[in-house]
Write a protein that binds this ligand. Structure first.
Ligand code: AMP
Length: 394
């Protein structure tokens, strides 16, 4: 994938930088600054070039209107603290006041512009809005992979008006994703877990074309087991998707080996430390639910990881929020992290609950890359082109 990087950007100019500052807030202050910290490498790299930095971001869903509770103003002091430098704030992302505030910045100065979604043109990708934003700077940097599945004025439109560069966070994300599905070291193993087949149909269909092996776990595996005639008792399953599940298995034949659970952990209710038992697939009671993968399944999965050079993972293998049904997810995650640390496996994970599951297992930092982007990560796993990324390509 070829795109311009910050190293290629000019010095001593004004950069318009799209970031993801859609941060959790409590009582009018930032309560988790993970996303602010993610933007620091890009900001620092541009400051080192003597560029002025005008930050663009959305916050929440004001739907094209000015909603005072959805102002980005509280983010500026939180960012200033992390940067240990002043961060100015302009109460609009277009117009004369913002222009004057940018002009007043010293070289390397930083300003945060108000919520782009206060303008109806943002989500409509209105070229007029993109033009007005572009008038504030000399070049564009997109560092918001998590918003790249949306073609909005500040995520896509701007890239057609100004020369566009990938920010540091975007660059890391694209390089990691490319190493997992674009041009991976083979064999490539996928793990897809989570609740439902219906929400991950496109993803499964794309993966069986790209992977050498695919392990299916979590609630969605129940649908596959049911489709193969296993009595799954009271387990979560989408019985109306049985034909679809069989079609996926048939389509995978000869190109992608599918690993389904061979044993499971069942219980009568989903509650912490509920009485549970491990069993094969032949004696699941009508009043029992499959809530996790069994030991033999996990052993096979660990073995598959050892025989693979790349792993792409989305979704937990069981009801990981409720111990003891977190065990398969935790043990598999620890194996992936060990192999990644030893340089034997490129382990990339992301999307929805996956980050929470890896944090629960205590291994998120040991994976090769963990994407915190939800929708964008999933759309990319589905093989869809992300407009914000496409616009950066050259
Ligand atoms: P998703 O958002 O599709 O990745 O689904 C994640 C959710 O799937 C988590 O909340 C898990 O508790 C749930 N899940 C995983 N395995 C099972 C299972 N066997 N039965 C019910 N829910 C499950």
């Amino acid at each position: 994938m070829s795109f311009r990087r910050i190293e290629d950007a000019p010095s001593n100019k004004t950069a318009l930088v799209r970031v993801d500052f859609n941060v959790p807030m409590a009582d009018g202050a930032v309560s988790d600054d993970t996303r602010l910290r993610a933007a620091l490498p890009t900001i620092e790299a541009l400051r080192a070039k003597g560029c002025k930095i005008a930050l663009l971001a959305h916050f929440d869903r004001p739907k094209g209107k000015r909603v005072p509770e959805m102002s980005l103003a509280p983010v500026a002091p939180a960012l200033a603290k992390l940067l240990d430098a002043p961060v100015a704030f302009a109460d609009d992302c277009v117009g004369d006041a913002a222009k004057a505030a940018i002009e007043a910045l010293p070289a390397g100065g930083v300003i945060l512009l108000e919520n782009t979604r206060f303008h109806a043109g943002e989500e409509k990708n209105d070229p007029e809005l993109a033009g007005e934003i572009a008038a504030l700077g000399d070049f564009y940097v997109n560092d918001a992979f998590s918003a790249a599945h949306r073609a909005h004025a500040s995520t896509e439109g701007l890239a057609h008006v100004l020369t566009a560069y990938a920010g540091k966070q975007m660059e890391r994300e694209l390089d990691a994703l490319n190493s997992a599905l674009g041009d991976p070291k083979r064999p490539v193993l996928g793990i897809v877990g989570g609740a439902k087949v219906s929400t991950k149909l496109d993803l499964l269909q794309n993966l069986i074309d790209k992977l050498d092996r695919l392990a299916i776990g979590g609630g969605m595996a129940n649908t596959f087991l049911y489709a193969q005639g296993v009595e799954i008792g009271g387990s979560l399953a989408e019985k109306d998707m049985a034909d679809t599940a069989r079609a996926i298995l048939a389509a995978a034949k000869g190109k992608c080996e599918i690993l389904l659970p061979v044993d499971v952990v069942v219980a009568k209710e989903v509650k912490p430390h509920a009485e549970a038992r491990m069993t094969g697939l032949n004696d699941i009671g009508a009043d029992e639910k499959i809530l996790d993968a069994g030991e033999e399944t996990v052993r096979k999965l660990r073995d598959a990881m050892k025989r693979s050079r790349t792993l792409i993972w989305n979704g937990p293998l069981g009801v990981f929020e409720t111990p003891p049904f977190d065990q398969a997810t935790v043990i598999a995650a620890q194996e992936a992290a060990e192999l990644a640390k030893a340089g034997k496996l490129i382990a990339v994970a992301g999307g929805g609950d996956t980050v929470a599951a890896l944090n629960h297992a205590g291994v998120a930092d040991d994976m090769t890359f963990v994407s915190t982007a939800g929708g964008a990560f999933l759309e990319w796993m589905e093989g869809k082109a992300l407009p914000g990324v496409e616009a950066l390509k050259r």
